[in-house]
Ligand binder design. Structure first.
Ligand code: OGA
Ligand code: NI
Length: 359
C-alpha cells in the first residue's frame, strides 16, 4: 500500500528553509540580522483606543430556541459584515483547548534538536519551519511555525505529527474535531444570516472539510519594533479560529487604515472571515488584513486553525448572492486558489484583489 505521504494531492506548495528564530533570539544578539529588519512597518499608525474592540459573540446563545438567539444571530451578522473579526465566548471545548495550549507550549520548549525531528521536509509546507519564503534575499518574519493539515484524516502526514510531548498527537486529534464542530456551527449561522438555503454554504465545510493548523511561535526581540511576527495578510480560507496560548498580546487588525491591537478575553477564540467567505458571500462579508507584532520581553504563542472546502470545489460567489447578474469575483478551483496563495509571499489581500471582476 502507498504511504500516506503520497496519497492524494496534499502538497500544495513549498518554502525555502530558514534558520530557527527561537534559537537566533536566544543568542542575545546586539543587532538584528538585516533580513528581519522591516522599517516599512515601523511608521504605520496604531489605533490605541481602549474603547474600540472587536465584537464579542456568545456562542451559548447561537442555538435555535435559546433565549437571545435572534439578537445574537444579528450580532454575528454585524460582526462579520462590519468587522470580519470577533471573539467567541461561552463556546464548547474549553478542556481540550486548554490541553492544546499546554502541549503546544511544551513542544516549542523542547531543545531545538528534538523539535527538528519534525522539521518541514524539502518541498513541503507541513512540519516545523516557516512558509511563504521563496528567495534568499526576501525579508523574513520574526517567528517559527508548525503547519499541518488535519482534515481530511486520510491525508494526514503522521510522520510529521510530533510525538513529544507524548500526548501531543491525541490532543491534536481531539482539538481538530472540536474546532471543526465549532466552525460548522458558525458556518450554519453565517448561512442563515446571508439568506442562503440551508447546506448551500455550510455543507462545503462539513464532511469534505479541509482543515489546517498553524502553531505560531514568536520569540521576544530586544528591537521588537524593528521586526514583524507575521506579515500583514488575510487568511486564504473560509474561517480561522485562533487561540492565544499565553497572555502576551500581538495580534493587530487593519481598521480604518490603522492597526488595532486585539485584546482577547481569557478563554475566547478569535474568529476571522477568510478570503473564501468574502468570495462566496459576493463581498457581503470581507476578510480583514491582520498581522502579529513581537514583544520585546516575552515569547508569544498562538494556534490558528483554518477551515476550507475540499480541493475539488469551485470557489466563487454563491449564485443566490449574485444580484443583477454581477458576481464580484471570478470562479476558481480551491486547489488553484490555494496553490496561488502558497506560491507568493504574504502581501495583504493581493490574491483576492486579483480575483475581482471589473465591469
Ligand atoms: C495566522 C495569523 C496571528 C497570530 O496564523 O494566520 O494571522 O496572532 N496569526 O498569531
Ligand atoms: Ni492569519
Amino acid at each position: 500500500m502507498a504511504s500516506p505521504e503520497v496519497v492524494g494531492t496534499n502538497n500544495l506548495g513549498s518554502s525555502l528553509p530558514v534558520i530557527n528564530v527561537q534559537h537566533l533570539a536566544s543568542q542575545n544578539l546586539k543587532y538584528i540580522p538585516p533580513r528581519y529588519v522591516r522599517p516599512e512597518f515601523e511608521c504605520e499608525e496604531i489605533l490605541d483606543d481602549d474603547s474600540i474592540q472587536i465584537p464579542v459573540i456568545d456562542m451559548s446563545k447561537l442555538v435555535i430556541g435559546q433565549l437571545g438567539y435572534d439578537d445574537e444571530l444579528q450580532n454575528l451578522h454585524l460582526a462579520c459584515k462590519d468587522w470580519g473579526f470577533f471573539q467567541l465566548v461561552n463556546h464548547a471545548g474549553t478542556e481540550i483547548i486548554e490541553k492544546m495550549k499546554v502541549v503546544t507550549e511544551q513542544f516549542f520548549n523542547l531543545p531545538l534538536e528534538e523539535k527538528m525531528e519534525w522539521a518541514q521536509p524539502a518541498g513541503d509546507i507541513e512540519g516545523y519551519g516557516q512558509v511563504f519564503v521563496f528567495s534568499e534575499d526576501q525579508k523574513l518574519d520574526w517567528a517559527d511555525m508548525f503547519f499541518l493539515y488535519l482534515l481530511p484524516v486520510s491525508l494526514r502526514k503522521m510522520r510529521l505529527w510530533p510525538e513529544k510531548p507524548s500526548s501531543f498527537r491525541s490532543t491534536l486529534h481531539e482539538y481538530s474535531k472540536e474546532m471543526h464542530k465549532i466552525s460548522m456551527s458558525l458556518f450554519r449561522s453565517i448561512e442563515i444570516n446571508l439568506g442562503v438555503e440551508a447546506g448551500n454554504l455550510s455543507s462545503l465545510f462539513d464532511k469534505d472539510c479541509k482543515q489546517g493548523i498553524r502553531l505560531n511561535y514568536y520569540p521576544p526581540c530586544n528591537h521588537a519594533n524593528k521586526v514583524i511576527g507575521i506579515t500583514p495578510h488575510s487568511d486564504a480560507v473560509g474561517l480561522t479560529l485562533l487561540v492565544q496560548v499565553n497572555d502576551v498580546q500581538g495580534l493587530q487588525i487593519k481598521k480604518n487604515d490603522k492597526w488595532l491591537p486585539i485584546k482577547p478575553a481569557r478563554g475566547a477564540i478569535i474568529v476571522n472571515i477568510g478570503d473564501m467567505i468574502e468570495i462566496m458571500s459576493n463581498g457581503e462579508y470581507s476578510s480583514i488584513e491582520h498581522r502579529a507584532v513581537v514583544n520585546h520581553e516575552f515569547e508569544r504563542i498562538s494556534v490558528a486553525t483554518f477551515h476550507m472546502p475540499d480541493l475539488a470545489t469551485v470557489l466563487g460567489p454563491l449564485p443566490e448572492l449574485v444580484h443583477d447578474n454581477q458576481p464580484k469575483f471570478i470562479n476558481m478551483g480551491i486547489e488553484e486558489f490555494l496553490r496561488l496563495n502558497l506560491q507568493n509571499t504574504l502581501d495583504g489581500k493581493r490574491l483576492l484583489n486579483e480575483m475581482k471582476m471589473t465591469y
